[in-house]
Design a protein around this ligand. Structure first.
Ligand code: PG9
Length: 655
């Protein structure tokens, strides 16, 4: 009998079943284990069985269950087999994190303690006696069925009759009946794709699902999570299509010709050309993306924040994401906003935004890029928010916890703020109103609206020489923290406009969503616009941050979607047009001595595919001859003011 399985139930793995992953080898396991691992195939309503690993502390009784549904290999996720830690705090920096594809941990022998067998992010729950469950989504790794990546909910775009809502429901139903050590209460947690599966479960939750924490969930793949950003395509995600959908287990490694993706993508033309070169024509997911470049019914049908808005709020939920989340910056806060009107007691729908990159909540949180925080912000969050939150709802007569409606890190003052609602400053319904920060002549940025006529700045955007999002060569390093990268590497380029405020004499606090109002023209008929809000650190000090240009919010917008995300239109060449969009949330204090900077450019390459700047119906099929230089003008004149509406609040505001 393989270690970790106990075939005592008809739903346990039949003896003939060979899981595609290796179970931990039997060489000298450091017995005895203080936990038991059961691997079960849980039947769904359509007969498909899903591979599920249930890790139970020895002697557990009445224990809460915490589940993650994953596309990243449940066997490996439940077998991090971390090296036992020396004492904190030294240990914290050396611990491997969770929340991504399985690493080499998958072939290690089992750890003798459950706390070492599982991930860092599980530690608080293991120490508290939780049963931890990992399940492969249908069609991945040990689970039967067909894998559709982030499948739309059952409906016109998913006729299979099953989705991650029904699968979560059926799994929870099975768990409450078949895990006698449990108290019948289930929580769900997971980041990114695993966060997507949590959100799907919330659309029609099983009554035993008592609390949920979707972390950086992928919610709307077109508006701002993973695949597109306001219509600009994240072509570097093409590799993910290959790794996820080319095999049931770990997929193939996508081909790249050279070591610099800037060159790899530029050379091959459109993102479509690159995908075709990689052989993606064989992958159904790529075909869907290729055929749906705009925000049509396909994408709208799977915009989970819109569906959350229509669902009843019955499960207390913490919507969590990083303030520098380079992959899923959109989903959690929009889902929070969608449910907020239904949270009559202000206790059920909670927003948490830490000073983190994507999924950092499951790793160490003392530092993000160049920024050092006040202690380990992620350990603090897991100990002081996640655990008491789940304990309150997943234990019988769980201890009442003082969970705040909002946790948002103040990245300028290095502390958690816990206001009663979010945002603090907005056009309507907030205590404070935003203030426009205007571009002006001679690269000036100020709160004074421009009064002169005929003022603009111009640059030539050349698709043959796009603005890189990181210094070249662009490989994988730097990905997690690129959103915090010092923007000095770019601000001397002639195709990047830079506007800077005077040195601040007083601190300035911003707490909410900066909104772009860009007035610009292009000599082409389509264009991308990138706007960055930057905190410029003072120079001349003995600090690593001397003169650092720290982006605190940035976004790209594909011009053709100016009037409609669903029906793109060519831009009128040479006409000053207004582009409006919301930037990612900020909770920041620009300190005295700092300056505020805004940068504007027309590409962020090769993260996003190039806009040919000549309107073509589908940019995935743009031909080399469609890529044209364009002269871009950004206006800062009376009646054509470009500004960012900053969510300013009083600086002495407590929280
Ligand atoms: N951001 C990753 C992802 C989620 C969903 C779809 C595609 C990619 C992730 O970290 O899981």
């Amino acid at each position: 009998e393989p270690l970790g399985t106990r075939p005592t139930d008809k739903n346990m793995i039949p003896p003939t079943f060979t899981p595609p992953r290796h179970e931990p080898p039997m060489q000298q396991p450091p017995l005895p284990l203080d936990y038991e691992k059961r691997v079960v195939m849980i039947p769904m309503r359509d007969g498909t069985k899903l591979y599920t690993v249930i890790v139970i502390p020895k002697g557990a009784k009445n224990a809460p269950m915490l589940m993650t549904r994953t596309c990243y290999n449940a066997a490996a996720r439940a077998h991090a087999a971390r090296t036992p830690e020396p004492a904190a705090p030294v240990a914290a920096g050396r611990r491997p994190g969770a929340g991504g594809p399985a690493g080499p941990g998958a072939v290690k022998p089992p750890a003798s303690h459950m706390v070492d067998e599982l991930n860092l992010s599980d530690e608080v729950f293991v120490r508290d006696g939780y049963i931890r469950i990992y399940q492969d989504v249908r069609g991945k790794y040990g689970s039967e069925g067909v894998y559709l990546m982030t499948p739309p909910p059952v409906g016109p775009w998913n006729p299979t009759g099953a989705d991650d809502t029904t699968d979560a429901y059926d799994t929870i139903d099975w768990l409450v009946k078949n895990v006698p050590e449990s108290n019948g209460r289930v929580g769900m947690i997971g980041s990114s794709y695993e966060g997507f599966t949590v959100v799907m479960a919330l659309l029609h939750p099983h009554p035993a699902l008592k609390a949920a924490i979707p972390e950086s969930p992928m919610v709307d793949g077109w508006m701002g999570d993973d695949w597109f950003q306001y219509g600009a395509f994240r072509q570097r995600m093409l590799d993910y299509f290959v790794s996820q959908t080319s095999a049931r287990g770990a997929g193939a490694r996508a081909t790249h010709e050279g070591s610099d993706d800037y060159e790899n993508f530029r050379k091959l033309g459109s993102a479509g050309d690159f995908a075709r070169w990689q052989g993606q024509e064989q992958l159904p997911f790529w075909k869907m993306v290729e055929n749906h470049p705009a925000y049509d019914a396909y994408w709208q049908s799977q915009a989970l924040d819109k569906l959350i808005g229509k669902a009843d709020l019955t499960v207390p939920t913490i919507w969590l994401q990083g303030l520098w989340d380079q992959e899923d910056m959109y989903g959690a806060n929009h889902s929070y906003a969608a449910w907020e009107p239904k949270d009559k007691t202000n206790t059920m729908n909670i927003l948490a935004m830490g000073p983190w990159f994507h999924s950092q909540v499951n790793r160490e949180g003392k530092q993000t890029g160049p920024m050092y925080w006040d202690g380990d912000t992620t350990a603090w969050f897991r100990d002081n928010v996640q655990l008491p939150f789940f304990n309150m709802y997943l234990r019988e007569n769980g201890p009442k916890a003082d969970i705040k409606p909002v946790y948002i890190y103040n990245t300028g003052e290095n502390r958690w703020d816990t206001p009663t609602k979010w945002p603090l400053s907005c056009e309507s319904g907030c205590d404070w109103k935003p203030k426009p920060l205007y571009l002006g002549a001679n690269g000036k940025l100020s709160f004074d609206a421009p009064t002169a006529a005929g003022k603009f700045d111009e640059y030539v955007s050349d698709p043959a020489n796009p603005v890189p999002f990181l210094p070249r060569p662009i490989e994988n390093s730097g990905w997690q923290t690129w959103l915090l990268h010092d923007q000095r590497f770019i601000d001397g380029r002639p195709d990047v406009l830079v506007y800077t405020s005077d040195v601040l004499k007083e601190p300035l606090r911003v707490s909410g969503v900066p909104k772009v109002n860009l007035v610009a023209s292009t000599s082409g008929t389509d264009s991308d616009w990138v706007v960055k809000l930057i905190d410029v650190f003072p120079d001349g000090h003995t600090s690593e941050m001397n003169g650092y240009e720290l982006p605190i919010s940035m976004d790209i917008f594909r011009g053709r979607y100016r009037n409609s995300f669903e029906k793109p239109e060519a831009l009128k060449s040479g006409e000053a047009l207004t582009y409006k969009w919301d930037m990612p949330n900020v909770n920041h204090v620009f300190q005295p001595g700092h300056r505020i900077m805004v940068q504007i450019q027309s590409s962020l390459f090769p993260l996003y595919d190039r806009n040919p700047q000549k309107y073509v119906p589908n940019i995935f099929n743009a031909q080399p001859s469609d890529y044209e230089k364009a002269t871009q003008k950004v206006y800062h004149e009376a009646g054509k003011a470009t500004f960012i509406s900053l969510p300013v609040v009083p600086v002495d505001l407590k929280n």
